[in-house]
Ligand binder design. Structure first.
Ligand SMILES: O=C(O)c1cc(C(=O)O)c2c(n1)C(=O)C(=O)c1cc(C(=O)O)[nH]c1-2
Length: 246
């Protein structure tokens, strides 16, 4: 534990160092996904499970927004909810994620029901929602900072998947185009907030821990996918089975 406060820039460097060592671009499942080395069933399993994450993000952001003290902060944060839910039926990131799932041949109703989600996916996603609901606001905001690192992985993913899979095209991956502008806008705001408000050493250690927690939320979802659909291939009862009965 450090006893002295870091400068805002040193704090940013420490946050970025966490991303460099723990962000989910480093996970073996992502390396397979982006390298074109998975089969269609494995890519379907990824999209299906990630739907659970996407679908919970607006709930997470609504609980965070409820605790923001000013109209200016709430206005800023509410854009995230609109980005995911859209302004109208048929619009927004969740809809685009469903489009990705359908483009991969999954049934929309099956995806939305979340019946085939891995138990560990659900636990990880719920842990994130509960963390943001229950922890101090500063830590809740800091937990979104994985998005600082997402533009790089999204670019790698889109080019890797287009090159690697004949069952994927640009329309299927449309979700990611918007994220390339939304994520930097959101993470710039959150980073600025954290640098201005995490001034004491205990606050700085808490925001670093929050980012580590969030990296673990993302990492453990990929562990579960790897264990069920790559090796040793242990699919839990009632979870999605590629080409199998649903
Ligand atoms: O494709 C990715 O690897 C990736 C990563 C992350 C992230 O780092 O948490 C998010 C997203 N995508 C994403 O699409 C998204 O909407 C999102 C919201 C959040 C958040 O914590 O509020 N993270 C992410």
């Amino acid at each position: 534990m450090m006893n002295e406060a870091m400068s805002p820039d040193a704090l940013e460097a420490a946050l970025r160092d966490i991303g460099a060592r723990r962000y989910h671009n480093l996970h073996p499942f992502h390396k397979l996904l982006h390298g074109g080395e998975l089969n269609k069933g494995q890519v379907q399993a990824w999209a299906l499970n990630r739907y659970c994450y996407q679908a919970h993000i607006p709930a997470k952001d609504a609980t965070l927004m409820a605790r923001l003290p000013t109209a200016a902060l709430r206005r800023e944060w509410r854009r995230r909810i609109v980005d995911h839910d859209g302004e109208a039926e048929g619009d927004g990131g969740i809809e685009r994620w469903l489009g990705l799932c359908e483009g991969l041949g999954l049934d929309r109703g099956y995806v939305e029901s979340m019946r085939g989600i891995l138990p560990a996916t659900r636990f990880a996603v719920e842990a994130y929602v509960h963390f943001v609901r229950d922890q101090p606001l500063l830590e809740a905001i800091a937990s979104s900072l994985t998005e600082l690192f997402s533009p790089t992985i999204i670019s790698e993913r889109v080019s890797g998947m287009l090159a690697g899979y004949d069952f994927v095209d640009e329309a299927t991956l449309a979700y990611f185009n918007k994220r390339l502008t939304q994520a930097p806008r959101d993470s710039d705001f959150a980073l600025d907030y954290v640098k201005r408000h995490a001034v004491r050493p205990d606050q700085q250690q808490a925001v670093l821990a929050a980012l580590i927690f969030k990296c673990n939320v993302l990492w453990s979802q990929l562990d579960a996918l790897y264990f069920a659909y790559v090796e040793p291939g242990m699919i839990p009862p009632d979870a999605f089975t590629p080409d199998g009965a649903r």
